[in-house]
Ligand binder design. Sequence first.
Ligand code: PMP
Length: 427
Amino acid sequence: EIYLASEDMLPAAPSEIPQEMFGFSALPEYRQVRQMADQLAELGLPNPYFQVLDGPTSATAVVEGKEVINFAGYNYLGLAEHEEVKQAAIKAIEELGVSTSGSRLISGERAIHRELESELARFLGVQSSMLMSGGHAANETTIGHLLRTGDLILHDSMAHSSIITGANLSGARRRPYPHNDWRELDEILHDIRKDYRRVLIVAEGVYGMEGDVCPLPQLIEIRNRHKTWLMVNEAHSLGTLGKSGRGVREHFNIDASDVDIWIGTLSKALGSAGGYVAGSHDLIDYLKHTASGFVYSAGLSPPATAAAMASLKLLEENPGWINKLQQNAELVRDLAKKAGLNIGASELSPIVPIIVGDSMMTMILAQKLLADGVNARPLTYPAVEESAARLRLFVNAHHTKDQIRQTINKLAALWSKLQRENHAGTS
Ligand code: PMP
């Protein structure tokens, strides 16, 4: 029997509880989102988010029905639409279906999970690895699970949102250190290490907003001296840094076991979907049996797993692609600098920001560039500080020199026109 309370049996809600406490339309945080959309509409600009893209996206893409040069995706090596990768995913679907339909512990374990985990561990030079449903989940779950009240998490100020979410989830004290400033990190630890039990330092191989690289040798030295854990998120460095794409470890020629926790994603250079945690047998065994985001989440889908496996094999067989990606990125940096554009601290990586310093100007620039045949997405407040609002270029191994030249020429022309208009408007 279903019990439904009649209205006269229930106490009336106090009338003084304001709308924003129970309605979404009055939520101040949501109002902020609407404000930006309204401002864009006033300027006659379409909302730059949730654009519909068609077909595979690599050096080019079809955006809202129009083919453009593409600098807006993580598919750095073009593996997401590589024939062998697609065929591997199709074969996995035919043999295993689309879903694992269960947690790995219960009924979601498949042989290809184990194969990919051991291949990833071998490639990364660690003892073991585990697949997660995404890079975001890998960061959030690992940090959220390993640390707790009484512990300390020190993360780079430019660390990905999933790292901050994981840190907040953990209950540990979270403290950012200034971007790539290992001296400041050392000083903080010198002052407060003794006040905490476990301490985790979190850095990234390549920073997604800035396109620069973490000072890994110094971080390892600090980790050793202060007896902390060190975690490195290789979302953007796997498959892009080092001669054979083994990431920041290869770039600095360090031993993988000097970093306690390696995190990565299958959704960027590997052209699939999913994430991983890699490190010692003990770490992975512990997380596999206890971490909520793994234990209580369905095993990675067969097509995503098989696609990543095929990509990893292709990556190892084709180091020339990584070299081409690195050359393309250098060309972008070189031409952008020569054109007087501000690329911030970008180095070595395929991420090149063009710093504009104003959210609205950045959106306008992205929109005009798209109309001119190039897709590059804006990064605006609150994702970055207002003064750091930027366009972000993701370079691809399959960009031609001509596509790169055209893009920088168009960008430089639009940027100086915008500045002139802005100047005329304010003077
Ligand atoms: N870390 C960084 C630095 C990222 O840029 C991203 C994706 N934008 C992630 C983690 C999350 O990876 P995934 O898309 O696999 O969840």
